[in-house]
Design a protein around this ligand. Structure first.
Ligand code: BJW
Length: 235
């Protein structure tokens, strides 16, 4: 039974968007089966071949209007609206399905497809549907636009704020993430240190699955919806 005023911190990964038709990374037929991580998700890969990297993210951005939030995204928005305590979503996903599903408190720790970043002055602006290497920054005019994505070796966004939320969590839920990528994979340990009850939602145990106190196994559209119903009922 979840306390009606509990602070609930939720970490989501590619698995929550899988049923919307967005490929995960590490599945056999996933994104990394078609692209080497070093080529498309590192600053070195971008320096070597900016066109390849920009086109990789252009293709994923173009997919966004063709997909829709699923029942798991909508259930989290419903939880935020109806639960009396605070509900925070920290997503590793770069899609916009939490927002389109109705969630308001969303942190994109690995960036967003719909955002562009100036590598020279760190200005951010809404990405055009098709970016090109060397696009100028609208603020400083440097030809240094890049996708606003956190690549390996770069610092994820808003870490101080995220650790502060984890330190206050009464419940921590990780949904559809393989637990392979840090610092996100370390959030369960952080939440447990804060005394939170920890729940993993996945099709199978993740790489850090043994650190969770509770497991809900199955597709997120079902398991997350059932969990939200168990907390707030049919409101
Ligand atoms: C379902 C489902 C359904 C499917 N229902 N579930 C050695 C040790 C420790 C750390 C390091 C190390 N060497 C280097 C590091 C650091 C490195 C790292 O972690 N490397 C590892 C590979 C070891 N991390 C970094 O570099 C990060 N920065 C950093 O650490 O800065 C320093 C720092 C230090 C201390 C504090 C703070 C900072 C940056 C990481 C950036 C990651 N970027 C990417 C790519 C960019 C985005 C993009 O292109 O879209 O982000 S990598 C990729 O993996 C992407 C994802 O967000 C991320 C996580 O993947 P996710 O979401 O877990 O997806 P999958 O595919 O792995 O899993 C899907 C899961 O869903 C599976 O479990 C399925 O079973 C499940 N599922 N359908 C429920 N229907």
């Amino acid at each position: 039974m979840t306390d009606p005023h509990a602070k609930i911190v939720i970490l989501t990964g590619a698995g929550i968007s899988a049923e919307s038709g967005i490929e995960t990374f590490r599945a056999e037929d996933g994104l990394w089966a078609q692209h080497r991580v070093e080529d498309v998700a590192t600053p070195e890969g971008f320096m070597r071949d900016p066109e390849l990297v920009v086109n990789f993210y252009n293709a994923r951005r173009a997919q966004l209007p063709e997909v829709a939030p699923n029942a798991a995204h909508r259930a989290l928005a419903h939880l935020e609206t109806h639960h009396r305590g605070e509900v925070i979503v920290i997503t590793q996903n770069v899609d916009d399905l939490h927002e389109r599903g109705g969630s308001q408190s969303v942190y994109h720790m690995h960036g967003e497809l719909n955002s562009a970043l100036c590598a020279a002055c760190e200005n951010r602006w809404p990405a055009p549907m098709v970016m090109a290497p060397g696009d100028p920054c609208p603020r400083c005019a440097a030809p240094a636009a890049r996708p606003d994505i956190v690549w390996f070796g770069e610092m994820p966004y808003e870490m101080d704020t995220l650790f502060a939320h984890l330190g206050q969590a009464d419940v921590f839920a990780a949904i559809g993430t393989s637990g392979n990528v840090y610092p996100a994979a370390g959030f369960v340990a952080e939440a447990r240190r804060a005394g939170a009850h920890t729940i993993e939602f996945n099709l199978e145990p993740s790489a850090v699955g043994n650190q969770f106190q509770e497991h809900r196994t199955g597709p997120a559209s079902r398991t997350v919806s059932d969990w939200v119903l168990s907390i707030i009922g049919r409101q």
